[in-house]
Ligand binder design. Structure first.
Ligand code: SF4
Length: 405
């Protein structure tokens, strides 16, 4: 894909967006800025309202266009966020005066061999609430956003080395057939998208594409009981994605050393620790989690939100290959399914420990936290190797989905 004129733009269905003006995205996020942002804003505001830009220590890879960061106030808000929760740059000088990243947010694009796939960040309140007009009606605007995205992130991800499972290469045209089937079955219009039956059927559909049968469930790292491995995996991923401080900065990494240490210790029992408020943890056993059953009626709205989030990750291919940790398609899809299970387990933990988990606003904040954590998650080579093996097992995914029901 060489120029914008050759770029086909794909837009997800059933996804809406308009800014709710809540100001949330002007809190806590560091705002990366380009040299042009720095020059433009300095020239506009003069000495009176001087921006507090910090020079970044040599950005790499996909963030290389960003040379500075716009520093926050002590309360975590951007220095240009006014008390009426409006951006002062936008108010005084127009939308194009803001840092390019603020102009782009929450729109994202994934560049692929067949075109650019539009999506949205679920860290935005408007996105979480599906507010505003369908993206399908915003085509012209999205084309402009894509042009901005391509200026900021000119490097195309390398989709040339994707794999069906570890060691089995997948051509892009073969992937597109699987992609089509997944997006037909997991989409906002299907209320059963995230049902256990549907998720397992999609997993089976991917497995059927293997050129010859492979024993995916017995590629154990050790002779440890599979259920114990499930529990250690859930514990570490849960601690990675659901943290006591949702605004914690810095990369999130799967701790493969801790995984191997716990595995080697072969503990008799494992529990998850739920944090109702910062610094206060309660331990809940896997037996309690398993024994607790949801009333699905209480979670219909959040299930719709979660469906949109998973659909957007599928649509924008941000779950495997260069889209997420270099995982194979099957392990990447299973990781997405595991995220659904983790959200449900998180809600179970909250209910068991007495938190009002039926409150939609609370639920929405949990999804925002998950999105933030996914955005900063990186996998080391060793973590990737362990997750690739553990996540390729359909039996493991089935057991974890049962636990989360
Ligand atoms: S520059 Fe404006 S839009 Fe960007 S974070 Fe600050 S207040 Fe928000």
């Amino acid at each position: 894909m060489n120029s914008l004129f050759e770029t086909v733009l794909y837009i997800p269905e059933g996804i809406n967006f308009d800014c709710t003006g809540c100001g949330n995205c002007c809190f806590h996020w560091p705002v990366p800025a380009t040299d042009k942002d720095v020059e433009r804003i300095n020239a506009l505001v003069g000495d009176v309202d001087k921006p507090n830009f910090r020079k970044l220590p040599g950005s790499v890879d996909k963030m290389k266009a960003f040379t500075h960061s716009l520093e926050k106030r002590a309360d975590g808000s951007c220095q240009y966020l006014d008390p009426d929760i409006r951006c002062r740059l936008h108010k005084n000088y127009g939308i194009e005066s803001k840092p390019a990243m603020c102009q782009l947010f929450p729109y994202t694009f994934t560049l692929t061999p067949t075109g650019a796939y539009a999506s949205l960040s679920f860290a935005s309140t408007g996105v979480l609430l599906n507010s505003g007009a369908p993206l399908s009606t915003q085509k012209e605007f999205l084309q402009n956003q894509l042009a901005l995205f391509m200026q900021l992130f000119p490097n195309e991800p390398d989709w040339g080395k994707i794999q069906l499972i570890d060691g089995i290469p997948l051509r892009w045209v073969e992937f597109l057939l699987i992609d089509k089937a997944l997006l037909e079955n997991i989409a906002p219009r299907n209320p059963k998208s995230l049902s256990r039956e549907n998720l397992l059927a999609q997993s089976k559909m991917i497995v059927k594409k293997l050129p010859k049968p492979v024993d995916l469930d017995n590629a154990h790292l050790t002779k440890v009981r599979p259920i114990l491995i499930d529990q250690i995996l859930i514990k570490l991923l849960y601690e990675l994605y659901f943290v006591d401080d949702p605004y914690r900065e810095g990369a999130a990494e799967f701790d493969q050393k801790q995984f191997l240490d716990v595995l080697a210790g072969q503990p008799q029992s494992i529990s998850l620790q739920f944090c109702a408020q910062k610094g206060a943890f309660e331990h809940v056993s896997f037996k309690s989690i398993n024994d607790f059953r949801f009333n699905a009626q209480d979670y219909v709205e959040i299930d719709q939100l979660l469906t949109r989030m998973i659909y957007c990750r599928l649509f924008s291919k941000l779950y495997f290959g260069p889209g997420f940790g270099g995982l194979s398609l099957l392990s990447g899809f299973h990781h997405l399914v595991l995220l659904v299970a983790l959200v449900r387990i998180h809600f179970k933990l909250a209910t068991i420990t007495g938190v009002e988990s039926k409150d939609f606003n609370w639920q929405v904040e949990q999804i925002r936290m998950l999105e933030r954590r996914l955005t900063v998650t990186s996998l080391s080579r060793e973590a990737h190797a362990i997750l690739e093996v553990l996540l390729q097992s359909p039996a493991r995914i089935e057991r974890i989905l049962s636990l989360s029901a």
